[in-house]
Write a protein that binds this ligand. Structure first.
Ligand SMILES: [Zn+2]
Length: 323
């Protein structure tokens, strides 16, 4: 129960009741509520500046976790970059070098992306820098991998071609060393067996009994198997590609036809003495781009080092050729 308050009125000399007006009560209450609300808002606002809500704490933790993940990602990219750098180095210094391809210049491998800013959408955030950096590195890494992959594609083509090239060039002696009586005469100036005049002998003569097998010295296509070239008698020409042609002369018999494909080591004919020949032997020539070159440089395929040095010694003797 509220107290009743009085005041002393000096005019009437009596106590009078203090009347509280309802209007005032309402006014005071309104001011009190408004003040409280303002204070409350102020308190919450100030508190929010210094104290985090559970939700905010969770978000902050997530953000921290994400930053950590980005750092780890950067580290992983460092590792990937190092592995790729090693592959690139081997690519340039070994594979491309071996297959006679020009190394890919560093600028081409590491080229970034010019022109428009690809990362504009990522700008303007607290973590923009770290996100843009990770994106940029990933893009460069991706491009480097594409360049490297293309380089390896090129190497595969070159390697396949090299394999074909190695199979094609004349690389073995056309007669088995066991079947051969001797290496009669080499490439260079020799005495002509018929005229006894000193003249250039453009091939190698291998003495062997009539009927001794003759083998193709490299993969190729038989271009001729006839006796219509003066002096050579029955002879075979094989086109090996890459500018190489081999010629096998004075044959007794053929074992191939024109346009037949042959592999290195295939039996193509037999030793004889047809044409301008003094005794049964194989006259063997190697052409490169139309010029006859010394066949001695093409026997590394089936001779031992000792056999080869013996052959070299015989081939350099300026004796009489069998033609
Ligand atoms: Zn000869």
């Amino acid at each position: 129960m509220s107290k009743v308050k009085y005041y002393y009125d000096s005019d009437t000399l009596s106590y009078k009741k203090i009347e509280r007006r309802k209007r005032n009560t309402f006014k005071y209450a309104s001011i009190f509520i408004l003040g409280s609300a303002l204070f409350g808002f102020l308190f919450v606002f100030l508190a929010s500046q210094f104290i985090q809500s559970p939700k905010e704490r969770a978000l902050a933790r997530e953000l921290q976790h994400m930053e950590l993940q980005y750092q780890l990602l950067n580290k992983k990219m460092d590792e990937a970059q190092a592995v790729l750098a090693n592959v690139e180095q081997r690519d340039n210094a070994i594979y491309r070098l071996y297959f006679a391809a020009n190394p890919i210049p560093e600028e081409q491998r590491k080229a970034g992306f010019g022109g428009i800013n690809r990362y504009k959408a990522l700008e303007g955030f607290d973590n923009s820098k770290i996100i843009i950096e990770a994106n940029r590195r990933m893009d460069i890494l991706q491009k480097q991998i594409v360049v490297q992959s293309k380089s390896l594609d090129e190497i595969v083509v070159l390697a396949e071609d090299k394999e074909k090239f190695l199979a094609s060039i004349p690389a073995i002696q056309p007669i088995n060393i066991e079947d051969m009586t001797r290496m009669a005469s080499g490439y260079g100036y020799r005495t002509d067996p018929f005229t006894k005049v000193r003249k250039f002998h453009y091939g190698m003569d291998f003495t062997a009994p009539r009927g001794t097998p003759i083998y193709a010295s490299g993969d190729g296509v038989v271009k001729r198997a006839d006796n219509s070239s003066t002096g050579y008698g029955n002879h075979i020409r094989i086109d090996h590609g890459y500018g190489y042609v081999t010629l096998y002369a004075h044959l007794y018999k053929y074992n191939v036809r024109v346009n037949q494909k042959v592999k290195r080591g295939d039996l193509i004919g037999f030793v004889g003495s047809t044409g301008r020949s003094e005794a049964p032997h194989l006259h063997y020539e190697v052409f490169k781009d139309g010029d006859r070159i010394n066949p001695i440089n093409f026997y590394y395929g089936n001779l031992s080092a000792e056999e080869y040095s013996k052959l070299l010694e015989h081939a350099s003797l300026e004796n009489q050729s069998l033609d």
